[in-house]
Write a protein that binds this ligand. Structure first.
Ligand SMILES: [Zn+2]
Length: 106
């Protein structure tokens, strides 16, 4: 049995488990109760963990979780500064080069 995922957000751990279930991979969530005691947010050392029963599935599981859990990351990827054309990391809202502010297309 191997730990494949851990998150402060118990909902995300459940989501990951449901993805594995849909792919017929047996998994179990550990330490879930610990997370429950503080209003759903677990202290750092008590995050709920997702464990996979079958070690042979590990690689498959990693790929699956990578693709579903990183979707949020890609939606806020780097942006191109309209002022100078510089590529800016998603966590910055202002161009470090010419100070143009990033305005979302939405
Ligand atoms: Zn710029």
């Amino acid at each position: 049995m191997r730990k494949v995922y851990s998150s402060q957000d118990v909902n995300l751990v459940h989501f990951a488990k449901s993805v594995l279930e849909a792919n017929k991979i047996e998994s179990v969530i550990l330490r879930e109760q610990l997370a429950g005691v503080v209003g759903g947010i677990a202290p750092l050392d008590a995050w709920p963990e997702l464990w996979v029963m079958d070690d042979a599935k590990l690689e498959e599981v990693r790929l699956l979780l990578d693709s579903v859990l990183n979707e949020n990351e890609t939606s806020k990827s780097a942006w191109k500064c309209p002022g100078c054309g510089e590529m800016i990391e998603s966590q910055f809202t202002q161009c470090w080069q010419c100070e143009t502010e990033f305005k979302s297309a939405e």
